[in-house]
Design a protein around this ligand. Structure first.
Ligand code: NI
Length: 252
């Protein structure tokens, strides 16, 4: 079930059975020569959509622009400032809380978002504690709970990715994430020969330094191995793990 394809009476009905929602969250940033700019938003979106279709859990629209300052030397990348992202996440959370949602499962596709998402959780808890939302003035235990899960860290998913791509998985523009997007959007596949075959590794600083160290955008990976078939396996495993974990969180 997807929020943006539902009507308000359908959301009213859902809220009678559950106060929990999955919010895919990612980034719009370069993903190497054959990866889609939307990769980090599309991966959690594609996995969450399958989980929603298979189980009836509610999926929010994707929060699809995040922390991508270090990718800004590559065309097409869009970034938020951390303060903007925290403010926007607070607005999303307060909107959902207003309707009665109490469990927000933020399903992330971008490592660079993690620290800002956690800072946003502090802002959300602060806002809800001090606004008296839910008529709990005086309580430091607000009814709203947020949790963060990176899709590649769902139980069993990391092992599956390493098994599918024992060499050249790397850490940015990985064959696993590119495979997930190719499964979701097979017409958007790009065949590009990688030079060098496996990209260099190294630290991340600012955008200009990033482009000097990683000229085509990849870090440690060979995403030319990406395939629709591998993507299907990853999406199926991740959707199953997401449903199980989300149901536990919803009942917490
Ligand atoms: Ni990525």
């Amino acid at each position: 079930m997807q929020l943006h394809l539902s009507s308000w009476p359908e959301i009213d009905k859902y809220l009678e059975t559950s106060k929990a929602i999955v919010i895919p969250i990612g980034s719009t940033e370069q993903h190497g020569p054959n990866g889609l700019l939307g990769t980090d938003a599309l991966c959690p979106e594609i996995i969450a959509r399958k989980a929603g279709d298979d189980s009836g859990i509610l999926i929010a629209p994707t929060f699809n622009v995040g922390q991508a300052q270090h990718h800004m030397a590559f065309s097409g990348t869009i970034t938020l400032r951390p303060s903007t992202m925290i403010a926007a996440m607070l607005d999303w959370a307060q909107s959902l809380a207003r309707h009665g949602f109490e469990r927000l499962y933020w399903f992330n596709g971008h490592g660079g978002n993690i620290s800002t998402i956690n800072a946003a959780f502090s802002e959300i808890y602060h806002g809800i504690t001090f606004s008296g939302d839910g008529d709990r003035a005086g309580s430091n235990h607000p009814p709203l709970r947020c949790t963060l899960r990176n899709w590649w860290e769902l139980p069993g998913v990391g092992d599956l990715c390493r098994q599918l791509f024992p060499v050249g998985e790397g850490s940015h523009a990985t064959p696993s994430e590119v495979s997930v997007t190719y499964y979701g959007y097979p017409d958007a596949q790009k065949r590009v020969e990688m030079t060098p075959k496996i990209a260099p590794n190294g630290p991340i600083y600012d955008a200009e330094d990033y482009r000097r160290r990683f000229p085509d955008g990849r870090i440690g990976s060979d995403p030319s191995q990406a395939s629709v078939e591998a993507g299907e396996k990853i999406v199926n495993a991740a959707a199953k793990a997401l449903i199980a974990e989300f149901k536990q969180f919803a009942a917490s």
